[in-house]
Ligand binder design. Structure first.
Ligand code: THU
Length: 163
């Protein structure tokens, strides 16, 4: 038996002013996008901003539905929009920001498992990492270098065939 340790480097910023100009701008776009979330049921608004290699920023926010599972998370709204409108354009990074009208979101809100799975598909397809910037309302900001960091041992298309 062998033991393997899987780990990753998480950058922790005390506030947005410590971020690079590009990351700061992307997080600001995610915060702006959050405001247009349609979240009447959870009251938990999420915004996502995706930076493409051509400098274009694509945004998304969560869209809920009275039939709860029919809604979609902000990250997938954003990344599917990017895939639909800019096919073949590399995604460099995604910033995510969440807020609630019910309580303070003190810790950086991380993407759910379904969003990680959707996002890593693009990372593997484009063969280059997508960095992730996670904002909180007043607390720290997290950054990691790739989807693989936060979804190790991911299921992917290689399992579907023997080639
Ligand atoms: N939500 C997102 O938009 N992104 C996530 O990664 C986690 C959850 C949304 C879905 C739902 O509209 C609300 O937050 C509460 O779960």
């Amino acid at each position: 038996m062998k033991k393997k340790k899987i780990g990753f480097e998480l950058l922790v910023f005390e506030n947005a002013s410590e971020l690079s100009q590009n990351d700061h701008k992307l997080l600001q776009e995610a915060m702006n996008a959050r405001e247009n979330a349609y979240a009447p049921y959870s009251k938990f608004k999420v915004g996502a901003a995706v930076l493409l290699e051509n400098g274009q920023i694509v945004i998304g926010n969560n869209q809920e539905n009275a039939s709860y599972p029919s809604g979609l998370c902000a990250e997938r709204v954003a990344v599917f929009y990017a895939g639909a409108n800019y096919p073949g354009t590399t995604i460099k990074s995604i910033a995510i920001s969440a807020s609630s009208s019910e309580h303070e979101v003190a810790a950086p809100a991380a993407p759910c498992g379904n969003c990680r799975q959707s996002l890593i598909e693009y990372e593997q397809k484009q063969k280059s990492p997508i960095s992730i910037i996670l904002g909180s309302e007043n607390g720290p900001i997290y950054k990691c270098a790739s989807l693989e960091d936060i979804l190790p041992l991911a299921f992917n298309s290689s399992f579907l065939s023997d080639s």
